[in-house]
Design a protein around this ligand. Structure first.
Ligand code: ARG
Length: 292
């Protein structure tokens, strides 16, 4: 038994709790915050001039890596490009599904150089990377499920990129419109708790106010039993979580969400990534999953 499977989860007298879920081993690509800083503002969370403790960011990031490895997942680390303070947010670097990888093309000039670095690194590791024509920020806006890809638009990724992603990744893509600038990437507004690749059906959590009325209707239709999350937890970037189907790594501040997850049969694994939050990113932003 590990710390993460504490006895309270194993012998629970609480019968209202759902049966525990099953984890599947994952492969993640990450990038250390070696050059992390808040030097420009491309989302409402960023305030240039605010003190950033890079050593603390590095420690918090290293704990995240260690947590994934302890859970049995594979983590490969890409080199950090000097002059790219946001490259720690690996999710934005590409979208990989099986043997297909759809490269990123960043909305803002400040991050453009990251796309090529990720494409090269992934190519060196044997991934077949298709360079995009359309603006898209990788897994920040493309959330991969077994049967479809949920795609965000409104702030960063263009709707045209949804069509391009569908061609490159060869999976149905469902477009969702983001309307609140604080939830500027889909992965800040919606978390995939179970991708539906195993025994259990797909399961997601989201915050209502991030989505347009029409997109909310789409979400309700696709996921009638989805977990709806409070604004306070969403504003702690609680939905920027990474699930292996059982353990859900999420920012420690999202306490209400951790409780909801527990009741739903997941094991919340809360971590402090407060330093990275200063750039508007949290757990999932730091994690590119190489989807099998
Ligand atoms: N400062 C970064 C940006 O605005 C944060 C990216 C967060 N990444 C994510 N996948 N949500 O682009």
């Amino acid at each position: 038994m590990t710390l993460l499977d504490s006895p309270s989860y194993v012998v629970s007298p609480d019968t209202s709790r759902a049966p525990l879920r099953t984890a599947r081993t994952r492969s993640y690509a990450m990038c250390a915050p070696e050059h992390f800083a808040v030097e420009y503002a491309i989302n409402p969370w960023m305030h240039p001039g605010i003190a950033v403790d890079r050593d603390r960011a590095l420690e918090q990031w290293a704990t995240l890596v260690q947590t994934y490895r302890t859970l049995g997942h594979r983590v490969d680390v890409a080199p950090a490009l000097p002059g790219q303070p946001d490259m720690v947010f690996a999710a934005n670097g590409a979208t990989t599904v099986g043997d297909r990888t759809y490269g990123a093309m960043f909305r803002h000039e400040e991050r453009r150089a990251e796309a090529g670095a990720w494409a090269e690194w992934l190519t060196e590791r044997g991934h077949d990377v298709t360079r995009p024509v359309q603006t898209n920020e990788g897994e920040g806006d493309f959330l991969v499920l077994g049967s479809m890809v949920l795609a965000g638009t409104g702030f960063r990724t263009s709707i045209a990129a949804h069509v391009e992603a569908q061609q490159v990744l060869d999976r149905p893509v469902v477009s969702l419109e983001l309307v609140d600038p604080r939830f500027y990437h889909l992965d800040t507004a919606l978390a995939v708790l179970d991708d539906g690749n195993g025994e259990a059906p797909a399961d997601v959590a989201y915050v209502r106010r991030a989505f347009s009325r029409h997109s909310l209707r789409t979400l309700r239709q696709l996921f009638p039993d989805a977990l709806e999350v409070d604004e306070a937890d969403a504003l702690a970037l609680g939905l920027n979580a990474v699930s292996d189907g059982r353990h859900v790594v999420l920012p420690v501040q999202a306490r209400g969400l951790a409780e909801q997850l527990d009741t739903r049969g997941y094991v919340p694994v809360p971590l402090d990534v407060s330093e990275l939050l200063k750039a508007g990113g949290s757990v999932k932003c730091c994690t590119m999953e190489l989807h099998a």
